[in-house]
Ligand binder design. Structure first.
Ligand SMILES: CC(C)(COP(=O)([O-])OP(=O)([O-])OC[C@H]1O[C@@H](n2cnc3c(N)ncnc32)[C@H](O)[C@@H]1OP(=O)([O-])[O-])[C@@H](O)C(=O)NCCC(=O)NCCSC(=O)C[C@@](C)(O)CC(=O)[O-]
Ligand SMILES: NC(=O)C1=CN([C@@H]2O[C@H](COP(=O)(O)OP(=O)(O)OC[C@H]3O[C@@H](n4cnc5c(N)ncnc54)[C@H](OP(=O)(O)O)[C@@H]3O)[C@@H](O)[C@H]2O)C=CC1
Length: 429
């Protein structure tokens, strides 16, 4: 039945305080006092700060923060804060890192900290000649762009290059100008967007066309983070395990249906660190998936091979537009604490560590999939969630979860039956 007495048309909602908004939402949704109190309990994020970070705030949504151990990145040991709601994700990184720790852990590199802003011009009569006109004004463009952000310049960033593409589109040729900008320790969206908007009228004048979009590209393929590790055979359980992992990679490389899941596993690790450090998960995810599809067929972000002496070699390469400045990274106190745990002093180091986490995550998932299957490890940890869903509280959670794992069937109906037995047993005792 549709409830026609409630209206979502609430003019001026944004001008109210978080408490007033929560009152309106509680009335609308029929929340009881306990549910409302839970929403307004913002944990380690001050409500007034939350209200400045995003709009129409009524509370905050807390996600567990776990620490992945055993990670050694470029010779330095590092603890990894990971914000995720999914069980076994943190354990998987610890597990993978443990198995390559003695062999040196992860080595990483980065292609640079360059972002791309796009300016779309349409109705250009002579797009190919206009392209050359823009390219000929490189120094003028550099001066306009660098004039937008003296602070970025003072940190060694700024305009690096201009590229122009003539695109064949459904509405005819489009002239797309790319500004290549070094954004240093910022993710850089605001810096490059400002440059694109400032330059746009000039593009219009030089080309005789009409400019529409002026925005960064999330396909940050001039900001690629790379990581590599070797897993010795004696650490991973022998040749059959190695070959199973390589075969799993070949499956992902050949089949987009599998690659989507393979890359989802990688992003389990990547997004968790991106979120923990207050960075933009959607920007990194969009970049990763676009990069995975760059050849025309969606494929794997990682590669697994056998080294000359028979060990398992894994590598990853993906765009990593993360920063230490800007967005929520500076404003969110938990993000600041996470950056301190990571001990990173540059966006580049952060990006490289995240790439290593993505590779570690993928190794563990593939190893589990190629051997015992994912359910054994993942469901064993997920059993606690199922126990809670069945209504277990306190000590009951571990007891119900243990019973589910012992039976080898992690299901809510069974959890409910186990809980009933447990409570019946306790009542009878
Ligand atoms: C779950 C494990 C780690 C168990 O693995 P295990 O071999 O049974 O664990 P273990 O008890 O022998 O411990 C080995 C190490 O793992 C870590 N470890 C072990 N348990 C914990 C724990 N509770 N909390 C934290 N760390 C843990 C820890 O580092 C430990 O070393 P130790 O500390 O003892 O020296 C393993 O089965 C695994 O790595 N599984 C993969 C899990 C995974 O990928 N989860 C992601 C969710 S599934 C998904 O979304 C993605 C997927 C799978 O679809 C992607 C794809 O298809 O490619
Ligand atoms: N498609 C997308 O992905 C989009 C994402 N966003 C959002 O943009 C936000 C990130 O924007 P971002 O531009 O990084 O953040 P900010 O604009 O908040 O911060 C970047 C600015 O900080 C200043 N700065 C200070 N120190 C440094 C340093 N060491 N290195 C570099 N810059 C420094 C620079 O100059 P100055 O102080 O002069 O600005 C720089 O422009 C995220 O919240 C993201 O979600 C926004 C639009 C689109």
């Amino acid at each position: 039945m549709i409830d026609t007495t409630r209206s979502s048309r609430i003019s001026g909602f944004h001008k109210k305080s978080p408490a007033e908004r929560l009152g309106i939402v509680s009335d609308f949704a029929g929340l009881d006092a306990a549910a409302a109190a839970r929403l307004s309990d913002t944990g380690n994020l001050d409500l007034s700060l939350a209200d400045r970070l995003v709009e129409n705030v009524i509370g905050s949504m807390n996600i567990p923060l776990g620490i992945a151990t055993n990670m050694r990145v470029d010779g330095e040991d590092v603890l990894i804060p990971m914000a995720t709601e999914e069980s076994s994700v943190v354990a998987a990184v610890c597990n993978a890192a443990r198995q390559c720790y003695d062999a040196g852990g992860f080595t990483t590199s980065m292609s640079g900290t360059l972002m791309i802003a796009q300016i779309q011009a349409v109705d250009v009569a002579d797009p190919h000649a206009a392209r050359l006109r823009i390219l000929g004004r490189r120094e003028e463009i550099k001066a306009i762009c660098d004039g937008c952000d003296p602070v970025l310049l003072s940190f060694g960033g700024g305009f690096r290059d201009v590229e122009v593409r003539v695109l064949d589109s459904q509405s005819g040729p489009m002239l797309v100008t790319h500004l290549i900008v070094d954004t240093r320790d910022a993710m850089g969206a605001n810096a490059v967007n400002s440059m694109a908007e400032t330059l746009a009228p000039h593009i219009s004048a030089w080309t005789g066309g009409r400019v529409y979009l002026r925005i960064l590209s999330n396909l940050a393929d001039r900001r690629l983070a790379r990581a590599h590790a070797v897993w010795p055979l004696d650490q991973i359980g022998g040749e059959a395990v190695r070959d199973g992992i390589v075969s799993a990679y070949h499956f992902a490389a050949a089949d987009p249906y599998r690659a989507a899941t393979h890359n989802k596993g990688i992003m389990n690790g990547v997004s968790a660190v991106v979120l923990a450090t207050g960075n933009d998960t959607r920007a990194v995810e969009a970049g990763a998936h676009a990069f995975a599809a760059r050849s025309g067929q969606y494929g794997s972000l990682t590669r697994f091979e056998v080294t000359a002496d028979g060990q398992l070699s894994g590598s990853i390469e993906l765009p990593m537009a993360v920063g230490l400045i800007g967005g929520a990274t500076k404003a969110h106190p938990t993000a600041q604490a996470c950056l301190k745990i990571l001990a990173v002093t540059s966006a580049e180091r952060l990006a490289r560590i995240i790439a290593a986490v993505g590779l570690a995550q993928n190794f563990s998932a593939l190893k589990a999939l190629a051997t015992t299957g994912i359910q054994k490890g993942h469901m064993a940890l997920h059993a606690q969630n199922i126990a809670m869903m069945a209504g277990a509280v306190g000590d009951e959670i571990d007891r119900v979860a243990a019973a589910l794992v012992e039976r080898g069937t992690v299901r809510q109906d069974i959890a409910q039956a186990v809980l009933q037995d447990l409570r019946g047993g306790a009542a009878g005792a």
